[in-house]
Design a protein around this ligand. Structure first.
Ligand code: G1P
Length: 292
């Protein structure tokens, strides 16, 4: 039973400075919750209950957020604020939280490699801690990815993809699909396809398409062998995408799955995507009580 997710949250968040100078970008508020709480809740509702965060310097706020805070609970109870107490229900989610620190900030591939000893011989999910999937994180894509992984015994990875405008391919890992079997049924959405190649942040003219890695992956532990061999790539960082590419070149089966067309994806990567996420989620909140 695949029950473990690795959540990399070690990135510096430089595109969101000065907001992220002392605040992890994964803790930025979107509506009434920080980004990373949506990610944890999404995983839990997809049946993944063991969450290993790969943290870095100045990320302690994430650990504090998932801790139970007995003092705060007592204070709210004693002051009769039971309704506010309900907002802390997530503290009691059926989940185990684990943390390890990436000691050298050398890229996403290296961050995932930090989980190797903890993961052992089991398949696992990787969920990037700065991306919310679905309205209020109601996405079921991870559950579907786990099913696909378990039904395809020879698959070494299943990756979620999202179609992006061509000018945005430079921001993502981009797939070159081998098979697009469902094209006749109204496009690639919902269908499983095999990858022929994958490229991290290609230039527009080199992009093999516009299917972008959508921040969720299921891996067999074989990925670690390839990440160990992965040389620094774009940005002089060890890229997870390059590890996946080595795996494909070595003949392993890597499958892709597209997010449903109506499911939004919020990659909190810059101010524009952050504002969009915030305004969309804030508009879903109940109206503020009127002030007399
Ligand atoms: C990372 C991955 C990229 C992926 C993206 C999804 O990039 O390297 O392949 O498409 O997340 O959000 P980053 O956003 O860290 O630059």
């Amino acid at each position: 039973m695949l029950n473990l997710a690795v959540i990399p949250v070690a990135g510096r968040g430089t595109s969101l400075l000065p907001l992220t100078k002392s605040m992890p970008k994964e803790m930025l508020p979107v509506g009434n919750k920080p980004v990373v709480q949506y990610v944890a809740e999404e995983l839990i509702q997809n049946g993944v209950h063991r969450l290993l965060f790969i943290t870095g310097p100045d990320k302690q706020a994430i650990e504090n957020h998932f801790d139970i805070n007995p003092e705060l609970i007592r204070f709210l109870r004693q002051s009769g604020k039971e309704d506010i107490l309900a907002e802390l229900a997530f503290e009691r989610e059926e989940a185990d939280y684990f943390y390890t620190r990436q000691r050298h900030q050398t890229g996403l591939g290296n961050a995932v490699l930090c989980s190797e000893r903890f993961v052992g011989d089991n398949p696992f999910v990787v969920a990037l801690g700065d991306t919310i999937l679905g309205y209020r994180s109601r996405s079921k894509i991870v559950e579907r990815m786990i099913q696909v992984f378990e039904q395809n015994r020879d698959a070494a990875a299943v990756i979620a993809f999202d179609e992006v405008p061509l000018e945005e391919v430079v921001q993502y890992g981009i797939a070159k699909p081998k098979t697009v079997s469902a094209e006749k049924n109204g496009g690639i959405f919902g269908s499983v396809f095999e990858l022929e190649d994958i490229v991290e942040k290609p230039a527009l003219e080199d992009a093999p398409g516009n299917l972008a890695v959508a921040a969720r992956y299921v891996f067999s532990p074989a990925i670690f062998d390839y990440l160990r061999k992965t040389a620094p790539g774009i940005g002089d960082a060890v890229q997870l995408t390059d590890g996946i590419r080595l795996m494909i070149q070595d003949g392993k089966t890597v499958l892709g799955l597209c997010l449903p067309e109506d499911e939004p994806r919020y990659d909190i990567g810059d101010f524009y995507s952050y504002y969009k996420a915030f305004t969309d989620f804030a508009s879903l909140l109940p109206p503020l009580p009127s002030i007399e």
